[in-house]
Design a protein around this ligand. Structure first.
Ligand code: MN
Length: 306
């Protein structure tokens, strides 16, 4: 473990559009960094208010080789999947869907009325020994909450401050939501073997002495034992981390795999209806982007990942 860890890297999120015409900030994958631990995707949606019929409407689409991890801060979204699950996720809850060998799902803001949306959606790459496991879905309404240094710390994934999230993950990682209503100072203990990244979801904060606001992911390499957080006003910070993911992954569309052949097969399976039906979603199924182009690209293209 290094006594003098490298300075943090500032990674700018880009905007992207997801179903329903919703504009979000995509912090991962980033052209300068693909993963933080096994976390391989990070979208920040909102905070926003929308008119009736608006909000999130992502029609049925498939996933393989990953877990989708949704942290709902404001608003209500209905999850439906090809296992037959229909689950309303409400503020303070995590939805964790393990795609493994393959699953399809849809996500829709509750229909018919105006609403709010503030959420983070992340993907966790599954390691080689787990990535073909049977698909599963869990809603986690109860997550550990710790009050420390003026922060309310919610343990979304992994463990911190002696508390462990019930969310089942398959590699060493952590995910924390740290919220303040005013001036606060906290040193967050870190696992020295983990790399970490912090994203301000609202307000502003000083993270290890760096001024941080929404839209910038601040990355820290392994070898740190704590992270100094300071706020002067209301703020919310997402902190993720994990053991550097030692496997070369290929991310294309909604798939995480190792080879182009696996990706092409998954795309064919989706187009042939072999992921199973997602019943009850008001939005039409998503169409796979042109798989033919896949053979031409030397590496993953994050712009093709919705
Ligand atoms: Mn999805």
């Amino acid at each position: 473990m290094s006594r003098h860890p490298l300075p943090p890297e500032r990674l700018e999120a880009r905007t992207a559009e997801i179903g329903g015409g919703l504009t979000i900030r995509r912090a991962l994958p980033n052209r300068h960094r693909r993963t933080v631990g096994a976390w391989c995707f990070l979208d920040h949606a909102g905070p926003m208010e929308f008119a009736a019929g608006g909000g999130m409407h992502v029609g049925p689409h498939p996933h393989i080789g990953l877990q989708t991890f949704t942290w709902m801060i404001e608003g209500d979204v209905v999850h439906r999947d090809s296992l037959g699950n229909e689950q309303l996720i409400t503020p303070g809850q995590v939805n964790l869907m393990t795609a493994g060998a393959g699953i399809a799902h849809a996500e829709d803001s509750a229909p018919g009325h105006a609403g709010k949306l503030h959420a983070a959606q992340l993907w966790i790459a599954l390691p080689e020994g787990e990535r073909r496991r049977a698909p599963a879905f869990r809603n986690h309404p109860q997550l550990p909450l710790i009050e420390s240094g003026g922060f309310s710390v919610r343990v979304l994934a992994g463990s911190a401050f002696g508390h462990r999230s019930p969310a089942e993950v398959y590699s060493p990682l952590v995910g924390l939501d740290l919220t303040t209503t005013g001036r606060a100072i906290l040193a967050v203990p870190l696992a020295g073997a983990f790399e970490h990244a912090a994203l301000v979801l609202s307000g502003a904060a000083s993270v290890a002495g760096e001024a941080l606001a929404p839209g910038t992911l601040l990355y820290f390499g392994p070898g740190r034992e704590e992270l100094a957080l300071r706020t002067e006003g209301p703020a919310r910070i997402l902190l993720i981390g994990g053991t550097p993911f030692g496997e070369e992954i290929l991310v294309w569309w909604n798939f995480v795999a190792r080879t182009r052949e696996e990706i092409a097969l998954a795309a064919r399976d989706w187009n042939a209806g072999r992921f199973g039906a997602v019943r009850g979603s008001p939005a039409p199924p998503l169409v796979t982007p042109d798989v033919a182009g896949l053979n031409l690209r030397p590496a993953l293209n994050p712009d093709r990942t919705p």
